[in-house]
Write a new protein. Sequence first.
Length: 135
Amino acid sequence: MRRMLTAFVLLVLLAAILPFAGDALLGWGPDASLLPARGRSIDIGSGRHLNVFDAGEGRPIVLVHGSPSQAADWGTLPKQLVALGHRVIHYDRAGYGHSTRTSVRPDPHSYAAHAADLLALLDALQIEQAALVGW
């Protein structure tokens, strides 16, 4: 009975460790070329960061993705707007993509929380006025 219990515990440990060891040692896991790109990490306070893409010059346009989504889901629109002479900012909202997943707010996914994060981002980028586009 003791041998069976020992074998069972070893199998459980192996099952728990193998996915992590396989990823690190054997190259298992997602193809990095298929993952969304990382932008620039912008501190928005309280130890939280947003993954931000900021390109172009001119009047700022801020693209805010819906839920669930991420900055990469805007596709080619940011490049098209930059080509038209705009500064385009799109980002992973808190809790999505490469942005901070933890929150100090009791309601991290409320409209008010996301609006406060957007305001903190605009302050960090020193943007006083911008056109907002979102879904």
